[in-house]
Write a protein that binds this ligand. Structure first.
Ligand SMILES: Cc1ncc(COP(=O)(O)O)c(C=O)c1O
Ligand SMILES: [Zn+2]
Length: 438
């Protein structure tokens, strides 16, 4: 049996030399290609392999994760960095000269105190981490920037992904800017704006008749067959996933270098949630924030809630589902990191909750009308779940809470198009206006 690998130009050099990034296929990684990252380690059995385009353990098929040997990092050094994710480059698997390569420079998005929404929900202190302002309007620009760096270092010829929409937008744009060919795969029933938001950047958008899990399976097959294709969330997934840590770093820095008491995060594959937790743990270990308890909460839409179902049933196994929800960006029926989401939420004393599509729409309007932020269905899910967690007493309404808005409402206009609109359509006269009663 051999573990899934890809035909990029660097091969596994084995567990004996975890820090020696050399190739037996003719390509040698340049020194410092992955910054302070030292090796990949299996999340399940701890087996270590050298840094390379690998994503599954050769011993047990468990997922591989980037390990580091961090130097001392100070708040001042970070603050002196650029206003994007590269201010944290010492904590990411990227080279020191990452800012020189053409990339989207995502991150350092605003953390807004949400006083109106807090009052509406009966909460004391609430912030919205608004990632809708990233270059392609979702948090995916963060992960893609890290994946692009890895793909470039591995000498990939094609930059690709299976996607529920936002990832395809981010990959297509980042590839255009970097001058690398992109091919992005999406379910064919995806919202039109998300399709257009990819197709403007790439001539190789592939719509697949199937759901995300079908698209993902196809991508794995292509990755195994085609040489030089870097699928950001398949064969360079360990590097890609690290990008989500920057959400955690930024939240801590923007709170004045401290951790919130509670954080609510949407869950599709579950990668983002586990990486925000990893970021908090790293900041504690590096002495950049005080060690204190925090609770992590996951948000799903009921029409695709395999992780929430497992959480509520108190079991570890996640039973895959066929998604049926308007929250298409979260519609992953077989989430790769679902079991680790369960671990994080249980370990920290958080929870995972799910809400109906009507509550998702309500969540979108709640954020828009109270804070002037137009989120997509993923954010509607997260805000709606926040509301439910407060109402059910699972979340402490007096504790400091951050909710992450991961995407932009203009990409899922149809979700609320029938719920809002002109209050009145009138002739251009003062009398007509008065007659509206506004
Ligand atoms: C807007 C948005 N939020 C959240 C997620 C969930 O991310 P993850 O797969 O890391 O759980 C996605 C995934 O596609 C997304 O597009
Ligand atoms: Zn293993």
């Amino acid at each position: 049996m051999s573990a899934p690998s890809i035909e990029l130009s660097v091969d596994n050099v084995g567990a004996e030399q975890p820090t020696a990034p050399v190739s037996d296929q003719g390509r040698t990684l340049r020194p410092g290609a992955f910054g302070n990252a030292t090796n990949l380690a299996c999340r399940e059995c701890g087996y270590q392999v050298a840094l390379g385009p690998h994503y599954a353990c050769s011993e047990c098929f468990g997922p591989l994760e980037v390990s580091y040997d961090f130097p001392a990092v100070t708040r001042e050094e970070i603050a002196a960095g650029p206003p994007n994710i590269w201010r944290y480059k010492a904590l990411l698997p990227v080279p020191d000269d990452i800012e020189q390569s053409p990339n989207m420079e995502p991150g350092f998005t605003r953390l807004l105190e949400a006083r109106n929404l807090a009052a509406e929900l009966g909460m004391t202190k609430l912030w919205v981490k608004d990632d809708s302002t990233n270059p392609t309007n979702s948090f995916k620009d963060r992960v893609v920037a890290c994946a692009l760096s890895a793909a470039t270092e591995f000498g990939a010829k094609v930059f690709a992904c299976p996607s529920t929409g936002n990832l395809a937008n981010a990959v297509a744009a980042a590839g255009a800017r970097a001058g690398i060919k992109t091919v992005v795969f999406i379910p064919s029933n995806l919202e039109k704006p998300k399709q257009v938001n990819s197709a403007v950047y790439t001539d190789s958008l592939v719509a697949v008749n199937g759901n995300y899990d079908d698209v993902n399976k196809l991508a794995s097959e292509i990755a195994g067959e085609q040489e030089g294709w870097a699928f950001v969330n398949v064969n360079v997934r360990p590097f890609y996933a690290e990008g989500s840590k920057t959400l955690g770093y930024e939240i801590a820095e923007q709170l004045g270098w401290r951790l919130p008491d509670q954080i609510v995060i949407p869950v599709a594959s579950g990668s983002q949630l586990t990486k925000v937790d990893k970021a908090f743990q790293e900041l504690i270990a590096l002495g950049l924030v005080e060690d204190k308890p925090y609770k992590v909460f996951g948000a799903q839409a009921t029409g695709c809630s395999p992780v929430s179902v497992a959480y509520k049933a108190g079991v570890d196994a996640i039973r895959p589902v066929k998604p049926d929800t308007i929250a298409k960006s979260l519609a992953i029926g077989n989430p790769a990191d679902g079991i680790y989401v369960l671990d994080v939420c249980r370990r920290t004393g958080g929870a995972i909750e799910d809400i109906s599509d009507d509550e998702v729409r309500e969540g979108i309007l709640l954020l828009a009308r109270n804070e002037g932020i137009f989120t997509e269905t993923a954010g509607g899910t997260t805000v709606g779940v926040l509301k439910k967690l407060v109402e059910t007493g699972q979340l402490d309404r007096t504790a400091e809470t951050v909710v992450i808005n991961t995407g932009m409402g203009l990409k899922t206009l149809d979700a609320v198009a029938d719920s809002v609109g002109a209050r009145a359509t009138i002739e251009p006269s003062y009398d007509a206006f008065v007659a509206t009663g506004i």
